[in-house]
Write a protein that binds this ligand. Structure first.
Ligand code: ADP
Ligand code: GLC
Length: 489
């Protein structure tokens, strides 16, 4: 049994802004089922205060002139122990974990996540909670990437794994932040935390972690190339023997059309006929014309460039002339939000845009839609295409990263041998998206066996965490071995 400290800035159901929360809320449970001793470390945001049950004080520390308490609770609906970093000056504020209510990054993010990392380091060294020192720390994204760098200063450190969920977010700050945070001078420089004269949190993970992984094998290769590397491809290539990809799983207890409590009409692949009742219910709920036969396209997303929102916007003038309905739930970039809202106001019978974050509605859209739209420019893994497959909602995706790893494009051959489960958009252009949608809708409208076969293939695949969690255990063991051989950087 390994002792694993899993460190993350969000975990469902305590706090969620995107897929990182889904992974952090489900991988630790899967690890626990595989007999691992896993504890999750998370900031104590107001949302967490509301969602968490009873908490108990387990440690007190002082960092950057602030008293910090470490509280213990459980991940709701599981037996996973959660440790919460309670520092009101850093975390007790409205807005989301990373941005204020206007969508701007918190100006003190460097301080907030450096403080979080300092607490993690104490716990990782067994100083915060002497009865429990981890064998390995598992850090996720830039918010916890400083930890491997800070731990590199200590002989008695555990092994470290750093997971890249999204290389586009790097935690870049000016050099003054490096000074203000009192980080050791030895960590500065091109072979340290410096990135073009700035402080880069993510380099802490990329340079100092024993093992680096990302959330699909495809993205692990892509990020070693300039097109997807955001300036870090050279470094990742240099460490390629330590870089791997493990595809995300899904929490099938939460995402299961057969038992999903958010659905009016539960179904599985044997009772697929009930799926369209979810469509008519959603049409009624959203004020769209109620029609079980009209194809519905769904999308639930952060509205950011990554997700190909611009390509969708540029396709709408054509797309909205076709006999279909589109439902988009999302929030993010204010320009995208207002452009989508304007299109929806002009086409109330075809397009519904719901700006905001709504967990329940996201489940109902997954169940109601026939086609899931995900023309991402890059996608480290992507969870919505996996939820869609499980709900018999056929994904239309760009063939990049985790999307290419999980979706099998429908061609004559793959349809014939029952391996197809979706459609590829081959380019980041509205023409390519429209072409693919036309192809998908032609098959949908035929109303013959082909569409059902696509749905059956999609629904019968096992997307649960077990296999990937086993791969993480192997990765932890490799990290511990690297550490004991003194081969980290
Ligand atoms: P990313 O992490 O890049 O945002 P993923 O596909 O990995 O993309 O995961 C996104 C997760 O966030 C999914 O669980 C999705 O349903 C959820 N999500 C995104 N936007 C919203 C929203 N506006 N309301 C509810 N859930 C959302
Ligand atoms: C990131 C990625 C997404 C991935 C998620 C969880 O936010 O954008 O592709 O599924 O992390 O790993």
């Amino acid at each position: 049994m390994n002792k694993i400290l899993y460190i993350t800035s969000e975990a469902y159901p305590l706090i969620k802004t995107g897929g990182l929360a889904d992974v952090s809320g489900s991988l630790p449970r899967a690890l626990q089922l595989l007999k691992q001793d896993v504890r999750l470390l998370l900031p104590y945001y107001p949302q967490v205060q509301q969602q968490a049950g009873k908490v108990k004080l387990i440690d007190e520390q002082e960092h950057y002139g602030h008293q910090v308490r470490v509280l213990e609770t459980r991940l709701p609906g599981s037996r996973v122990t959660v440790w919460l970093v309670d520092c009101p000056a850093a975390f007790d504020r409205p807005g989301n974990p990373y941005v204020d209510t206007d969508g701007n990054p918190w100006s003190d993010n460097a301080f907030r996540f450096a403080l979080f990392s300092q607490v993690a380091v104490q716990l990782a060294l067994g100083k915060g909670h002497p009865a429990w020192q981890p064998d390995v720390v598992h850090c996720n994204d830039w918010q916890s990437a400083l930890i491997p760098a800070l731990l590199s200063q200590h002989e008695q450190r555990p092994g470290s794994v750093f997971t890249i969920h999204n290389l586009a977010y790097q935690g870049l700050f000016n050099y003054q932040a490096f000074i203000d945070l009192g980080l050791p001078d030895t960590l500065w420089g091109m072979n340290g935390l410096e990135f073009h004269k700035q402080l880069s949190f993510i380099k802490g993970g990329l340079i100092y972690a024993d093992r680096i992984n990302t959330v699909s094998p495809g993205y692990a290769i892509e990020i070693q190339q300039p097109e997807f590397g955001y300036g870090l491809d050279g470094l990742l290539k240099h460490r390629q023997d330590r870089v791997s990809g493990i595809i995300n799983g899904i929490e099938t207890k939460i995402w299961n059309p057969g038992t999903d409590p958010y659905l009016e009409h539960n179904y599985n692949y044997r009772t697929l006929a009930h799926k369209s009742q979810n469509k008519t219910s959603l049409q009624a709920e959203l004020g769209l014309p109620v029609d079980a036969d009209v194809p519905m396209l769904g999308m639930i997303s952060r509205l950011v460039e990554q997700k190909g929102v611009d390509v969708i916007l540029d396709s709408l003038s054509t797309l909205l002339q076709w006999p279909l309905q589109i439902v988009i739930l999302g929030s993010g970039d204010k320009t995208y939000e207002s452009q989508l809202t304007q299109w929806a106001e002009q086409h109330p019978d075809k397009l519904k845009v719901i700006i905001g974050y709504d967990e329940a509605l996201s489940h109902r859209i997954e169940a109601a839609a026939d086609i899931y739209l995900m023309p991402s420019k890059f996608e480290p893994c992507g969870l919505n295409q996996l939820y869609s497959l499980h709900y018999g909602t056929i994904p239309v995706v760009r063939n990049v990263g985790g999307l290419a790893d999980t979706i099998v494009n429908a061609t004559q051959e793959t349809l014939a041998d029952n391996t197809a489960n979706g459609f590829y958009v081959k380019d980041n252009t509205p023409q390519a998206l429209l072409e693919t949608l036309e192809k998908a809708l032609t098959i949908y409208h035929k109303k013959d066996e082909s569409w059902h076969r696509l749905q059956h293939t999609a629904m019968q695949h096992d997307y649960s965490w077990k296999t990937s969690a086993e791969k993480y255990i192997q990765l932890y063991q490799q990290a511990m071995l690297d550490k004991s051989r003194g081969q980290s950087s």
